[in-house]
Write a protein that binds this ligand. Structure first.
Ligand SMILES: N[C@@H](CCC(=O)N[C@@H](CS)C(=O)NCC(=O)O)C(=O)O
Length: 199
């Protein structure tokens, strides 16, 4: 039995729910975090000492950190699908997962908050545009981030790219990124857990 603890409107939870749907796995979502609370509960903290969401419990295998959960699900249930089996091939996808979370998400976050103005706003936007240009270039010759096939590498990028594309204001031309986003929008699980669920 697969149980996810989290809330639909969290981008990190969205990655896990999207993965589960891509793999056609049944699961139960137990509402935790945000307005649902429950993350300080000692039983929850025993599973996830950080008190964050998501947490996955797969028949006693407990995993937290959304990218680790995505990797676990793909390795356990998606070998040869979301999880390229050859280590070298898998690394082509895997490297973008960490980059998305450590480099891309942090430059997008300030742009989604109110209150930045003037030079501060310009500096933050320029810094984000530099990173998104790297991604746009990487997508020049490939439909998905690791090549021809959708993989774990696309999952952490998905919510970030979606939010970037919807970001108001002028942005540099990023035709590859926009094409990539249109491709993700063809996937029902992406629509359900990212486009329809996240603001
Ligand atoms: N690096 C962690 C971050 C987890 C995290 O910060 N989750 C947020 C939601 S996106 C959270 O738990 N916020 C507090 C809450 O929802 O109560 C991951 O990827 O799982």
């Amino acid at each position: 039995m697969l149980t996810v603890y989290g809330r639909h409107n969290s981008s990190n939870v969205a990655k896990v729910l999207w993965t589960l749907d891509e793999l056609g796995l049944a699961y139960e979502l137990v509402k935790r975090g945000g307005n649902f609370g429950g993350t300080d509960d000692p039983v929850y903290r025993a599973m996830n000492p950080h008190g964050r969401v998501p947490t996955l419990d797969d028949d006693g295998v407990v995993v937290w950190e959304s990218n680790a959960v995505v990797r676990y699900l793909a390795a356990q249930y998606g070998a040869g699908l979301l999880w390229p089996e050859a280590p070298g091939e898998r690394a082509q996808a895997d490297r973008w997962m960490d980059w998305a979370s450590m480099m891309l998400a942090p430059v997008l976050a300030p742009l989604r908050k109110q209150g930045l103005t003037g030079d501060d706003l310009k500096a933050k936007r320029d810094s984000a545009f530099t990173q998104f240009a790297v991604l746009d270039h990487a997508l020049l010759d490939r439909p998905f981030i690791a090549g021809e096939h959708f993989s774990i590498g696309d999952i952490p990028l998905g919510p970030i790219v979606h939010r970037y594309v919807l970001l108001p204001g002028d942005k540099p031309d990023c035709a590859n990124l926009e094409r990539y986003h249109r491709q993700l929008m063809q996937r029902p699980a992406f629509i359900r857990h990212v486009a329809d669920a996240l603001s």
